[in-house]
Design a protein around this ligand. Structure first.
Ligand code: MLT
Length: 273
């Protein structure tokens, strides 16, 4: 057992990560129920300027699930351990949706690892009772079915916005393929983890590094209001609303997303530490 940060001890899970490029390390944490495969356009578009590290969170892609009770904090500890093993004292950390919850848990538990924070399509509030009940019901269905029908029916429809659904068939097809390949057990575990996650507004208020908040203007899972609330909570944050993008703004509008991240990370690398 390895005890890290505050709270309960977590088992060691070695994250599989795609690691490409050189320069300021940029760690990107994927959404639910996807994997590091969702960051293809970021690896292609940003690795010429940064070291882009995209891990598969526990149970997804090439990373094993482990035996720990469901917890977003455990996922954050995995990322902290990965950075440690890579010998990286600090990194720009970005997360989309579930990845954002993990990035915010990292702010709470391992703030010294952050050089800057990127939060996209995510929210700092903990779940409402209704949202929690929906997650638990979905987790039970995933465990009972042993397949991802629940995700295809209930999660996929809101992952992309109407513009992508109508006009970007290849993007929608890729997202659907990623959802279909999610392991049911990992998805159930992650739903339970997200249901139990803490409110992160306190950690955002305490943040000592610059932040970039992004949200698609067609996102119905994490709204512009959620994004604005996070940006306002942080001492030094900018907000960007990405047009014609839904929840997966980095996948739906990769050029706009990449440009914003590149400008943010370049400015950070230039700023005196
Ligand atoms: C995600 O995209 O990671 C999920 O929508 C997060 C959530 O269910 O809250």
């Amino acid at each position: 057992m390895t005890a890290e940060g505050e709270g309960h001890a977590t088992m060691t899970v070695q994250l599989y990560a795609r690691d490409i490029g050189a320069g300021t390390p940029l760690v990107l944490l994927h959404a639910f129920p996807l994997s590091s495969a969702m960051w293809l356009a970021q690896r292609e578009g940003l690795a010429g300027r940064f070291r882009v590290i995209t891990p598969d969170l526990r149970g997804f892609g090439g990373s094993v699930l482990g035996d720990d009770p469901p917890s977003v904090d455990a996922m954050a500890d995995d990322v902290a351990r990965m950075l440690n093993q890579l010998g990286l004292p600090r990194a720009v950390v970005g997360g989309l949706s579930m990845g954002g919850y993990v990035a915010m848990a990292l702010c709470r538990r391992h703030p010294d690892l952050l050089l800057g924070l990127v939060l996209a399509g995510t929210k700092a509030a903990a779940d409402t009772e209704t949202a929690r009940a929906t997650r638990i019901r979905q987790a039970e269905r995933l465990e009972g079915d042993g397949d991802v029908a629940a995700l295809i029916e209930e999660v996929l429809p809101n992952l992309v916005g109407p513009t992508t659904f109508r006009q970007r068939a290849l993007v929608y097809g890729r997202v659907r393929g990623l959802v279909q390949s999610a392991p049911a057990a990992a998805a159930a575990w992650a739903q339970r983890a997200m249901a139990g996650r803490d409110d992160s507004f306190g950690a955002l208020r305490e943040l000592r590094v610059p932040a970039l908040v992004m949200v698609g203007d067609e996102d119905v899972i994490a709204t512009e209001g959620d994004a604005r609330a996070m940006a306002e909570a942080m001492p030094n944050a900018e907000l960007m609303v990405i047009p014609r993008a839904g929840h997966l703004c980095a996948v739906e509008q990769p050029d706009l997303f990449n440009q914003a991240v590149a400008e943010f990370a370049t400015a950070l690398a230039r700023a005196p530490q």
